[in-house]
Design a protein around this ligand. Structure first.
Ligand SMILES: Cc1cc2nc3c(=O)[nH]c(=O)nc-3n(C[C@H](O)[C@H](O)[C@H](O)COP(=O)(O)OP(=O)(O)OC[C@H]3O[C@@H](n4cnc5c(N)ncnc54)[C@H](O)[C@@H]3O)c2cc1C
Length: 362
């Protein structure tokens, strides 16, 4: 006799309970849907907080860009008075915890979605804790699980340590070492700042960093989002919003300039046993290569749905480009133009309205 598999049937499955997933859950509740019945929200992480629970300890509320409020409950309401030096990995998970409780959003965790496929006109969502079946899908799985490290010849030969931003905890472990830091984004700069205080550093990046002098107003933010939105509407891989906003010149960056550690070199061409080598033959020794080269969208579980175009992107449509053109029953938030805390919020609202219309629920 075959084994019977129990399947939890619901109307909508939300995958991921970070800023994007919680925002979607809030609007689903507002439309009268009951969590745990009409929709379920699944998250593989052990605690509330999305990827924020994994951020390195020195990332505090004074060093993050800005964590935008979730709908209906300001972040500030959950903070102590003097909070600037509070770890982001503590404050944001606390906020999300309060948020889930305030709005009765019961997240099923830890539940890791391994595969989503089409079965009899519905989505079959396979997890490490059972199976779900739904008519609509909101994917909000972020990027943290998918660190990106570019390939360079010789990487396997290197006898030192290679790490990614995702692995970084504290600079102390690099004390007295020679560290090559790769990347031109905010994380690269922040980790260069910390590591250069205790170790010898060489900073390299493929493109020169794009420093932005002067204030970054709302219209500049909108322009940056529009560039990424245009890309995903054309089915191109999104690129990060931050890559088009540039790096704000903060007092910390000016202090790094004054310390003489902000000397960027072009990318090396190969990795050797003992360090890195440039195309002109120049070489340096290194104990560590720290790849601050970003993340890609965590979408492997959606592979059977064959959403990607040849170039690797997914054609997105809908008001805020959250709807998958190939299958309007799928929305992706925190992807492309909504990959920021403010973008994820707005996208949650648009995705819920459009998905419910597609499913004939509104
Ligand atoms: C170092 C760093 C600093 C940043 N600082 C800022 C900032 O200051 N301001 C800002 O606006 N943005 C910042 N960002 C971008 C930021 O991550 C996003 O804005 C936002 O927090 C992402 O929310 P999200 O809900 O899309 O993803 P996440 O917070 O990553 O949440 C995704 C959730 O999905 C879950 N998940 C993933 N895969 C699965 C699966 N297969 N099954 C079940 N669950 C799954 C994860 O457990 C996670 O809880 C930063 C990013 C990084 C890397």
């Amino acid at each position: 006799m075959g084994k019977t598999t129990l399947i939890f049937k619901t109307r909508i499955v939300v995958i991921g309970a970070g800023q994007a997933g919680l925002s979607a859950a809030y609007y689903l509740r507002q439309k009268g849907l009951v969590p745990g019945k009409d929709f379920v929200i699944l998250d593989q992480s052990p605690q509330p907080g999305g990827a924020w629970q994994y951020r390195w300890p020195s990332l505090t509320l004074s060093t993050v860009n800005r964590v935008h409020d979730l709908p209906g409950l300001p972040f500030g309401d959950t903070l102590e008075n003097d909070h600037t030096n509070v770890r982001a990995s503590v404050a944001v998970p606390h906020y999300f915890d309060v948020y889930e409780n305030t709005f009765g959003i019961s997240v099923f965790r830890p539940v890791k979605v391994s595969v989503v496929c089409r079965r009899d006109g519905r989505f079959r969502v396979e997890t490490d804790r059972g199976m779900y079946s739904a008519e609509g899908l909101i994917n909000a799985t972020g990027t943290w699980e998918t660190p990106y490290i570019p390939e360079y010849p010789g990487a396997a030969l290197f006898e030192g340590i290679q790490l990614h931003t995702k692995d970084y905890r504290t600079a102390d472990v690099f004390a007295g070492k020679q560290v090559v830091i790769v990347g031109a984004g905010i994380s690269a700069i922040q980790l260069l700042d910390e590591v250069s205080r205790v170790a010898g550093t060489t900073w390299v990046s493929r493109k020169p960093p794009l420093f932005r002098e002067g204030p970054f107003d709302e219209s500049a933010g909108r322009d940056a989002v529009a560039i990424v939105e245009d890309r995903v509407r054309r089915g191109l891989p999104p690129g990060s919003v931050v890559s088009v906003t540039g790096l704000p010149v903060t007092p910390a960056i000016n202090a790094m300039r004054a310390r003489g550690v902000l000397n960027r070199l072009p990318m090396f061409s190969e990795i050797t046993k003992t360090g890195v080598r440039w195309a002109d033959g120049r070489e340096i020794d290194a104990d560590v290569i720290l790849w601050c080269t970003g993340f890609r969208s965590s979408l492997d579980h959606l592979t059977p749905l064959m959403l990607r175009e040849e170039g690797g992107g997914i054609i997105m449509t809908g008001r805020l480009a959250t709807q998958v053109a190939k299958d309007p029953h799928i929305h992706m938030i925190g992807y492309g133009p909504s990959a920021s805390t403010i973008g994820a919020n707005r996208a949650g609202r648009a995705a819920v309205a459009e998905l419910m219309a597609t499913l004939g629920m509104s």
